[in-house]
Design a protein around this ligand. Structure first.
Ligand code: PLP
Length: 438
């Protein structure tokens, strides 16, 4: 690539900056399931951007909606004022959620959704007079973004160690059991791990626990489908002990699991459901927290005079008109093209590819999948668990396929519209790279 750019000033997020700047992977255009890199190469996007763009990149319907919105209303102050598309989109989102989740609070990212949901849960209990209900229970290997609340309930050690703790939290065990390795879809073993919530109730008292927050299917730790019956057990225990259940569906929301939400896919309805990524197909930053009527109505009933704020929380860019326009266009496509159904129909093909082609490859210690999400775990080389995934992802990039490497895993997330031949290319390229991996 003719490198005239100065790479120094941009401090890149979640990136090995030193390595990148020695050997940049520049992306200059996107269309459908393809990226164009700085050399004009077509690179197959094997991760739907960053779990964001299941509809395929550069959908003209979204582009047009955004363009028109910029012309009509580029910004609207979201505090004390509203614009029609914010209400229209909230109605549409609520209509796609499981029954009972009816009220949409906008954010601009998954991290903001996480912290918003935690604040909402704490405030709910304050309003109910349960003043000691402030503690949160997360889960090991959980990822809830990078803001302080999300980091505190998250369970990926590398994301926590430099930042300190700001909330009282504890963590359920993760559900990645050795006896479940190489399971296709949901593992059979592990529902009992939800019972650990009882231990926390015994240790801290239910009167001190505000909420449990989990991803219905772990994403960033490398695709962790819930064990059969696990989420049902967690729901029952939360009900029994009067603890709110928050699903972080930033990855699973809007189709990834072959259903509109992970809640639908796994048959469990939380009290609060967080979304982001797929809401606008990644085209404009936006997230949302969808609350039950019980939670919403508690805020409304306790707000005092009607000009007073019921929830002192929100962002300058909440319900941004351009994001709302993108969200409306993206959700129309998702529904009109029946993409969650398409994911469900093609998931067995993707599952078979992953397991048939990757299970026997050197250093692969697990293959996991659900819907259009798949991952492998690679055994550490010496004392470097992160090295092999990095090397594999670089080899894939050289061969024209983008996958995500995170921790000791390689993660794949086909676009909902990806053709089978492209899934074959992605998984086949991974199999080739693994064969020569040291
Ligand atoms: N929650 C979950 C489950 C996620 O997977 C992510 C991002 O991967 C986040 C929260 C954070 O989202 P963002 O990076 O948009 O802040």
């Amino acid at each position: 690539m003719a490198m005239t750019l100065n790479l120094d000033a941009y401090w890149m997020p979640y990136t090995g900056n030193r390595q990148f700047k020695k050997d940049p992977r520049m992306i200059e255009a996107a269309h459908g399931v393809w990226f164009t890199d700085g050399d004009g190469r077509q690179v197959l996007d094997g991760h739907s951007g960053l779990w964001t763009s299941g509809l395929g990149h550069a959908r003209p319907e979204i582009t047009e909606a955004v363009r028109r919105q910029m012309e009509q209303l580029d910004f609207c102050p979201p505090f004390q004022f509203g614009h029609p598309k914010a209400f229209e989109l909230a109605t549409k989102i609520a209509g796609l959620m499981p029954e009972g989740l009816d009220h949409v609070f906008y954010t601009n990212s998954g991290s903001e959704s996480a912290d918003t949901s935690l604040k909402m849960a704490r405030a709910y209990w304050q309003l109910k007079g349960a003043l000691k209900k402030t503690r949160f229970i997360g889960r090991q290997k959980g990822y809830h973004g990078v803001n302080f609340g999300g980091v505190a309930v998250g369970g990926i050690p590398a994301n926590k160690k430099l930042f300190g703790e700001v909330l009282e939290t504890d963590h359920l065990s993760h559900t990645v059991l050795p006896q479940n390795a190489f399971t296709r879809g949901m593992p059979e073993q592990g529902a009992h791990l939800a019972d650990e919530l009882e231990l926390f109730v015994e240790r801290y008292g239910a009167e001190t626990i505000a909420a449990v927050i989990v991803e219905p299917m772990g994403g960033s730790a490398g695709v962790l489908p819930p064990p059969v019956g696990y989420l049902q057990r967690l729901r029952a225990l939360c009900d029994q002990h009067d603890v709110l259940l928050i699903f972080d569906e930033v990855i699973t929301g809007f189709g990834r699991c072959g259903a509109m939400t992970g809640a639908d896919a796994f048959g469990v309805v939380p009290d609060i459901l967080n979304v982001a990524k797929q809401l606008t197909n990644g085209a404009v930053p936006m997230g949302a927290v969808i609350a039950s009527s019980e939670i919403h109505d508690t805020f409304m009933a306790n707000g005092g005079p009607d000009y007073v704020l019921e929830f002192a929380h929100g962002y300058t860019y909440s319900a941004h008109p351009v994001a709302c326009a993108a969200g409306l266009a993206a959700l129309d496509i998702l529904v009109d093209e029946k993409l969650p159904e398409r994911v469900a129909a093609d998931a067995p093909f993707f599952e078979a590819l992953l397991h048939d082609q990757l299970t026997d490859k050197p250093h692969v210690s697990d293959v996991r999948n659900y819907g259009f999400a798949g991952a492998i775990t690679l055994a550490a080389r010496g004392d470097e668990p992160l090295r092999r995934p990095y090397e594999v992802a670089m080899a894939m990039w050289e061969r024209g396929v983008l996958v995500r490497y995170g921790g000791d895993t390689i993660q794949m997330a086909p676009h909902f519209v990806m053709e089978k031949k492209h899934m074959e290319q992605m998984v086949g390229t991974l199999a080739e790279c693994l064969k020569v991996l040291k």
